[in-house]
Design a protein around this ligand. Structure first.
Ligand code: FEO
Length: 172
């Protein structure tokens, strides 16, 4: 693995941990507003991001690269509404998608087939991440100022399960 690819993967590992931090901050926002279903959804999301970070960690280790952990940026702590939270989550996922695509372009430019194959999983995952976040943005748009609608969605989001294997990625 080239130095350049190692650096890029370590940066992505950091961004995945930042994603976990961002969603944990969003979860805390919802806890403070007594929306426990939304808080739960965000906590599950944060755990998935930790699993994503661990996939990069494992890939670096398995390729004989170095894992270099850098400081994780502080996430915001307040938003003006649940809609604003999910709009930011969607924008964040769109940025992450671009980062994954840039990484894949780097792998292809360097003919790094192992990294190319590894990154394919993330390309598909990002389609899913953007879809599920956007769906909630659209629902919140429909709900508008309706407290009843918000509580109904809160109940729906409380049912989210941790993705199978999300806690076991490091063992793969
Ligand atoms: Fe790790 Fe939400 O992308």
């Amino acid at each position: 693995m080239t130095e350049k690819m190692q650096k890029a993967m370590n940066q992505q590992l950091n961004r995945e941990l930042y994603s976990a931090y961002l969603y944990l901050a969003m979860s805390a926002y919802f806890e403070n507003h007594n929306l426990s279903g939304f808080a739960h959804w965000m906590r599950v999301q944060a755990r998935e991001e930790e699993a994503h970070a661990m996939k990069f960690y494992r890939h670096l280790v398995e390729r004989g690269g170095r894992v270099v952990l850098s400081a994780i940026e502080s996430p915001p702590k307040d938003w003006k509404s649940p809609l604003a939270v999910f709009q930011q989550a969607l924008e964040h996922e769109q940025k992450v998608t671009k980062m994954i695509h840039d990484l894949l372009n780097l792998a292809r430019a360097g003919k790094d087939h192992a990294a190319d194959a590894f990154l394919q999983w993330f390309v598909k995952e990002q389609v899913e991440e953007e879809f599920s976040t956007n769906e909630i943005v659209q629902k919140l748009n429909w709900i508008g100022e309706s407290a009843g609608g918000l509580l109904l969605l809160d109940h729906e989001l409380s049912k989210r399960k941790v993705e199978k294997g999300a806690d076991e990625e490091e063992k793969e």
